[in-house]
Design a protein around this ligand. Sequence first.
Ligand code: IPM
Ligand code: MG
Length: 365
Amino acid sequence: MANPSLLILPGDGIGPEVMAEVRKIIDWLGTQGTPFDVSEGLIGGASYDAFGVPLADETLARAQAVDAVLLGAVGSPKYDGVDYAKRPEAGLLRIRKEMDLYANLRPAQCFDALADFSSLKRDVVAGLDIMIVRELTSGVYFGEPRGIEGTGDDRVGINTQRYTTAEIRRIARSAFELARRRGNRVCSMEKANVMESGVLWREEVTWVHKNEYPDVALSHMYADNGLMQLVRNPKQFDVIVTDNLFGDLLSDAAAMLTGSLGMLPSASLGAPMANGRPKALYEPVHGSAPDIAGQARANPIATILSFAMALRYSFDMGDMATRLERAVETVLAQGHRTSDLMGPEGGNPMTTSQMGDAILAALKG
Ligand code: IPM
Ligand code: MG
């Protein structure tokens, strides 16, 4: 059987730095009887500089052909003046859309060793384990019409929130499936009080629940209240399912519950391929952090945990995924900290590569 294949797209800013730490783990797995076929490519500003576009067709074709894509981060203020369609972010949106990665899984877990680093009180976040399921290929990010029309003092900016029955039903199914393997509860969030797309969202999620997943507990919240509840009492949730834009906001907020944005992994999954594996892209929730790029200060944990999700969701290596997550937990419990995890009392942060080495050492056990 062919080795599992991975395309690594480090991207911009701290992307290449955190990805280098994942490479260490991949290389070690190779010595343990699980060799991956790894190739690399460019995305975001790095691709724009090389090819004049944030995602080249050839890179996209390779992404479509591999078992899973690992992505670092995209974006830099360097491209602020560049045409919207050629900005680094456009490359990320294109790869999500073209691979039809509609289900974005963003788990927010609070490691015990970090419970004091959250801006919320320890007892509110300690032991937190929730999953945000964000619709990723539709909604206001992609809806037409869009654009800026008019001239001078008389312009209008237009974006369209649009969801079809099929789009809502498939993301609802992803959420219910996940819930069955966790706490069996789904909370769906929209703004049905002001948006027709929200009314349809609520109706279709309810339809899927009634007809296909009546055993799962379903609740609904308006997204503004949902975000408030998320910071008031996050442990009330198990799985949250929501649209593209609300999911973007909710997941950034959820990241802070865990202590640092540098901790949150994600998986973006699509339909099964011919080999039975889902189309898949794994990336940290954090961005390219241009302010700390090149300083060896980035936290590689979100990217390493994203690779753990790849082991679990793409490669049927759930046991190794758990081992890797435990290794992260171990180094945190030992007091290893990158600069984002220093807390008010300060201290001596370790470098990106030292953190990667510590996690690998813990993994080897
Ligand atoms: C995310 C990011 C992206 C998004 C940006 C970089 C386009 O914020 O993955 O959450 O808005 O989806
Ligand atoms: Mg975001």
